[in-house]
Design a protein around this ligand. Structure first.
Ligand code: FAD
Ligand code: 8RB
Length: 452
């Protein structure tokens, strides 16, 4: 057993664990991190394939706090909006915001994880790889790990669970007290495919966009990678037709793409092989009433509130959690009080983004393609300029701002009512009753304070 017990022991050196280790170590805390996988800097990132993810303002702000934003952005690809590929007709770009100051970044998970692991070590955290958490003794304040080097026992003061959706720490905490845990499985799953570069080594399609092929009950998306590939994700229901019950192998997938994703098919030369090799991934929302056990343990990121992927906010929310927890530990000298304050701040926000993530699936797979939706979208971007700081599209509040997710959700609900009411029966903005709409906005939406 180590001579000195660290102040905080983080389980998991994924995105949240590595960032939190950096933030706490930079604040002078003694931090140890235990990670189940091997060190990705020595053995390559587990899985090998380059998986990309959308990084937006919340995640970026957290990276700025850790001074890791520059390194991450150096390898990022900018995404201006959605490139919508209709079943019939030409693809068109729907911007995410007003201009190029409101964009998303596509980054490589593996590269970002390595950057954050380097930051954590540079800040003074002690990282232990190939150490899989097994069991926690909350009375003796010890835990056991397994790994190539054999089993070991370690002492701790406070544990922080950044060990992802299948968290072992959460499971150990649940033996001490009922955490009020519920998992809602989505009745849709996903499969990853790849668009390689052209023979000349260029992107095959527009790089600065998140591509969507909306097909009503299902969809495909593609995010750019800095090696000029795209990671394609096919989302399908589990039952019905088409579904993962009827699309069972690469040949079925080819037939589906010939019919429904004809412009994507020539971009994915190894469609059959990709489909047959990659597993079907399931999707769920994890609801947890308690994230904390006194000063003994607390959960962050997916371990506390895994969500479906459709808002691209799982990582962004996890990184925002880390900043909130580090701030709470600065504010409250007592660890149990800090953990409680962190949970009080984050619980309603996690629930709000979990709900908005579920809603955004419908928007992406179905609505982006319809005329009513596009008119409402046009109107909300216009209202944002007409009522600055008051009317802000919900997507923008979630993606480009750091106002609490719960506030974005509540204001979004009011705005949606106003948009539906104003556009009902209209097929152009020329006939909108502006006086009535302006009055309703002033009455129902308070101005947001600056600085958010
Ligand atoms: P993780 O990143 O899962 O990290 C958990 C870490 O804990 C891992 O390193 C794991 O090895 C380790 N661990 C697990 N168990 C143990 C144990 N017993 N002992 C020790 N270590 C352990 N989010 C976005 O914001 N935008 C996106 O575009 C996006 N795209 C995604 C694409 C895919 C394919 C997937 C799967 C997710 C995506 N997400 C995205 C969600 C995002 O990946 C997660 O929300 C985020 O990684 C959560 O971070 P975390 O640190 O809590 O968990
Ligand atoms: N997890 C994303 C968005 C919103 C895009 C929009 C959506 C794949 C698994 Cl599905 C999805 C978004 O509204 O126009 N921004 O970023 C990322 C998304 O999926 C990621 C790549 C993903 N996450 C398991 C698969």
């Amino acid at each position: 057993m180590a001579a000195e017990t660290p102040d905080f022991t983080i389980i998991g050196a994924g995105l949240a664990g590595a960032l939190l280790a950096t933030l706490l170590a930079q604040r002078g805390r003694r931090v140890a991190v235990y990670e189940r996988r091997a060190d990705p800097r020595m053995f390559g990132y587990a899985g090998g394939r380059s998986i990309n993810m959308a990084l937006s303002e919340r995640g970026l702000h957290a990276l700025r706090q850790a001074r890791a934003d520059g390194d991450v952005l150096a390898q990022a690809v900018m995404m201006r909006g959605r490139m919508v590929h209709p079943l019939h007709g030409e693809p068109h770009l729907q911007r995410y915001g007003q201009d190029d100051s409101e964009i998303n970044w596509s980054i490589s998970r593996g590269e970002m994880n390595i950057t954050l692991i380097n930051s954590a070590e540079a800040a003074g955290a002690m990282l232990h790889f190939d150490r899989n958490l097994q069991e926690v003794d909350f009375v003796a304040r010890t835990f056991t790990t397994s790994g190539e080097a054999g089993p070991a026992r370690h002492a701790f003061h406070s544990l922080i669970g950044a060990d992802g959706a299948g968290s072992t720490l959460r499971q150990q905490m649940a033996r001490q007290r009922d955490l009020g845990e519920r998992t809602d499985w989505l009745d849709h799953s996903y499969k990853e495919l790849e668009i390689p570069p052209t023979l000349q080594g260029d992107f095959r399609i527009e790089p600065n966009a998140l591509h969507i092929w909306p097909r009503g009950r299902y969809m495909c998306i593609a995010l750019p990678n800095d090696e000029k590939t795209f990671t394609v994700t096919l989302f399908l229901p589990n039952e019905g037709d088409p579904s993962f019950a009827t699309i069972r192998d690469g040949r079925d997938a080819r037939a589906l793409f010939e019919r429904d994703f004809a412009d994507a098919l020539p971009l994915i030369p190894a469609l059959e092989a990709d489909f047959d090799r990659n597993p079907v991934g399931s999707l769920a929302t994890l609801y947890l009433q308690q994230w904390q056990l006194d000063d003994l343990a607390v959960l962050v990121g997916d371990a506390a509130h895994a969500m479906v992927p459709f808002h691209g906010q799982g990582m962004n929310c996890a990184l925002e959690d880390c900043v909130a927890l580090a701030d709470a530990l600065d504010t409250h000298a007592d660890t149990a009080t800090a953990f409680a304050a962190y949970h009080a701040e984050r619980a309603a926000n996690a629930l709000a983004i979990q709900t908005m993530a579920l809603e955004n699936y419908l928007e992406m797979r179905d609505h982006v393609d319809d005329a009513d939706y596009q008119l409402q979208r046009q109107l909300e971007l216009l209202l944002e300029k007409r009522h600055p700081g008051r009317f802000i599209p919900r997507y923008s509040m979630v993606t480009f701002m750091r106002i609490p997710y719960a506030v974005a959700f509540e204001r979004g609900r009011i705005q949606r009512e106003l948009l539906i009411d104003a556009t009902g029966g209209h097929d152009t903005l020329d006939t909108i009753d502006w006086a009535r709409l302006d009055a309703a906005i002033e009455q129902r939406l308070t101005p947001l304070d600056g600085n958010v």
